[in-house]
Design a protein around this ligand. Sequence first.
Ligand code: HEC
Length: 116
Amino acid sequence: MDRPLLLHVAVLLGLTALAVNAAQSAEPPQPDSARQQALVHLVRQDCGSCHGMRLTGGLGPALTPERLAEWPDDALVATIIHGRPGTAMPGWERFLNESEAGWIVARLKQGFPPLD
Ligand code: HEC
C-alpha cells in the first residue's frame, strides 16, 4: 500500500469511529410521525379506558403533568412496560417498546396531545 492510500484508509476508519460514537451518544430514537399518531390513539383510547378519557383519572389515577411530575421517567416507563403486579395496571410490552413508552411518558409530563 502506498502512503496516500494508507492515509485515506486511516481517515476513513477515523470517520467511521466518530460516526459510531455519535450514534451511541445520541438521544434514544423517536418514533416516526405515523407511529406517534398511533401512540396518541393508543393512549387516548386504551389507556383512557382506565385513566379517564381526558386522562384525569378513572379506575386508574390521573396521568396529568402535575400528578406525574414527582415520578422519575424510568419508573413510569417500567410501569407502562411491565404493569403494576397486584393492580389493574397491565404491562404493555407486547404493544410498546421502551423508547415508545419513553415518548409517551415525556408527552404525558408535558400535557398529552389531543387526538386529531
Ligand atoms: C385495565 C386498566 C388500565 C389500563 C388499560 C391502563 N392502566 Fe395504567 N394504571 C392502572 C391502575 C389501576 C394504576 C394504579 C396502580 C397502582 O395502584 O399503583 C395505573 C398506573 C399507571 C401509571 C402510574 C401512575 C401513578 O401515579 O401511579 C402510569 C404511568 C400508567 N398507569 C400509564 C398507563 C398507560 C400509558 C397506559 C396505556 C398504555 C395504561 N396505563 C393503561 C390501570 C390501567
